[in-house]
Write a protein that binds this ligand. Structure first.
Ligand code: GLN
Length: 508
């Protein structure tokens, strides 16, 4: 059993699903393998905020019993999973990385959590994150630092850094993250995973603790492109409980990934975004990132893609626009944390009036980055400054959307590095918010335009993973999967060929 245990935590989720359906392993065995590994390694890694081993095993045993009973089970039944702690889970602690929600056990499930439960997945636990998903390193968590499995002295990205670290270290086969300005794609990039931000409105936001409602989307973080497509299909589709949910069916994604893996991209038009690391726009981009990216573009070309440069001038303004819009929405969304309805209540000793209790609760319950955003957003929305800040940022948002729209006249997808750098050392940017924000340079345009974007690994720079971003028009998420799967397969083939060369060289 011990050999099998080792294998189970390195097996991708699609293969786990096959082993489970074929009766070659039980859900309890798979779950126990992951729980053992969490027990052994998470003390050091810090990926999880909450693990309930007993509940996970109970769910797994129920799935096994149903299977033994001959019940009709879906393809995901019995596969373990981790959820970012921003996803509300009934009866399971949910903090969004904040002291203000410490100890809160929500009375309901987010739609994403409910769908995954209905699919028979086994919840291993809730993963660490930057407080209220504000950050790019997970260092803004009120609870703990999470380490990058590739180098324990480096950040795992953020804000879904608990999810990225858990999957990259084999402490979950896959996980759900959320992405407002890059929080699925950037942590996936810096830990060597696949991460996809779906088209805005295609995955329900019901029960995601709101950061910036016009931007937030949940999505998959996985080891393979096919796994991401499978997990995405399980959470997608219309939800009447989310007023911005698109009335469309579940997209066909796994099929696109399988087709992509066959490697045929003849006739596909790929645009390399000049403003994201291209000529004259390389400031802040590490040379190793740019060369890994260029190699991946060449691989796509070798598969038959037609590659050209595409200029999107308004992308240069995405960073300031996002850092006005997201804090503005956050300042409004976070008003609900008032010490009255749920979570922390500070200073309620009978002598203080309601306003004082609210002020004290927010003073003690929110960390510095969250306060910074609330202050910034409140300022940007205030009557004297609304037009100059929030209004201008919305205009830039429209210009960015127009850049995408005109790009789609010429190309099928746009590509760029996912992040300008590899994972940086823990602590290096905590005192420099602007440097922290700069990590989002490449991911923000797709967020502001609501279009889908995937990050897929494209090699290493100085031994650390680099991510390749593929952006597609709204509702064409399948294109992201097709291109990402083609790249993944081509890289595997190239690695295989190099390995054989080395073997031949060694034998000579
Ligand atoms: N790093 C960005 C921010 O701090 C994006 C966060 C996210 O996507 N949740 O706002």
């Amino acid at each position: 059993m011990s050999d099998l245990t080792t294998d189970l935590t390195t097996t991708d989720a699609a293969e786990l699903g096959r082993l489970l359906s074929a009766g070659e392993v039980t859900a309890a065995e798979v779950t126990r393998a992951y729980l053992d590994r969490i027990e052994a390694e998470d003390g050091e890694l810090g990926a999880y905020l909450h693990v309930d081993a007993e509940a996970a095993l109970r769910t797994a045993e129920q799935v096994d019993a149903a299977r033994a009973n001959g019940d009709e089970l879906g393809p995901l039944a019995g596969i373990p999973l981790a959820l970012k702690d921003v996803v509300v889970t009934e009866g399971v602690p949910t903090t969004s990385g904040s002291t203000i929600l410490e100890g809160w056990r929500p009375p309901y499930d987010a739609t994403v959590a409910a769908r995954l439960k209905a699919a028979g997945t086994v919840l291993l636990g809730k993963t660490n994150m930057d407080e209220f998903a504000m950050g790019s390193s997970t260092e803004n968590s009120a609870y703990q630092v999470t380490r990058n499995p590739w180098d324990a002295d480096r950040i795992p990205g953020g804000s879904s850094g608990g999810s990225s670290a858990a999957v990259a270290a084999g402490l979950a086969p896959w996980a759900i993250g959320t992405d407002t300005g890059g929080s699925i794609r950037q942590p996936a990039a810096v830990t060597g995973l696949v991460g996809h931000k779906p088209t805005y409105g295609s995955v329900s936001r019901y029960g995601l603790i709101a950061f910036s409602s016009s931007l937030d989307q949940a999505g998959p973080m996985t080891r393979t492109v096919l796994d991401a497509a499978l997990l995405h299909e399980a959470i997608a589709g219309h939800d009447p409980l989310d007023s911005t949910s698109i009335a469309a069916g579940v997209p066909v994604l796994a099929e696109a990934a399988r087709r992509g893996a066959e490697g045929e991209l003849a006739g596909l038009k790929v645009g390399v975004v000049t403003e994201l690391g291209g000529d004259g726009h390389t400031d802040g981009y590490e040379p190793g990132v740019l060369s890994a990216f260029a190699e991946a573009v060449a691989l796509l070309e070798s598969l038959g893609a037609e590659v050209r440069q595409v200029s999107c001038p308004a992308f240069d303004l995405a960073l300031p626009a996002y850092y006005l819009i997201a804090p503005s929405e956050a300042s409004s969304n976070l008003a609900r944390f008032d010490g009255v309805r749920y979570g922390l209540r500070a200073g309620d000793d009978g002598d203080r009036d309601l306003d004082e209790v609210m002020a004290l609760t927010r003073e003690q319950g929110f960390g510095p980055e969250v306060k910074r955003r609330i202050i910034l957003g409140t300022y940007a929305l205030s009557s004297g400054y609304y037009d100059a800040y929030y209004g201008q940022a919305q205009k830039v948002r429209t210009l960015i959307t127009r850049d995408f729209t005109s790009a789609w006249d010429d190309v099928d997808v746009l590509v760029s590095p996912t992040s300008p750098t590899v994972a940086w050392p823990i602590g290096a940017r905590v005192d420099d918010p602007i440097a922290m924000y700069a990590a989002d340079l490449c991911t923000l345009p797709a967020s502001l335009a609501g279009v889908p974007a995937i990050s897929v690994p494209c090699g290493l720079s100085e031994g650390l993973p680099v991510g390749f971003q593929v952006v597609a028009p709204a509702l064409a998420d399948d294109r992201c999967y097709r291109v990402a799967a083609a790249l993944e397969a081509a890289q595997d083939a190239a690695r295989g060929a190099r390995f054989l060369d080395q073997l031949a060289g060694g034998a000579a």
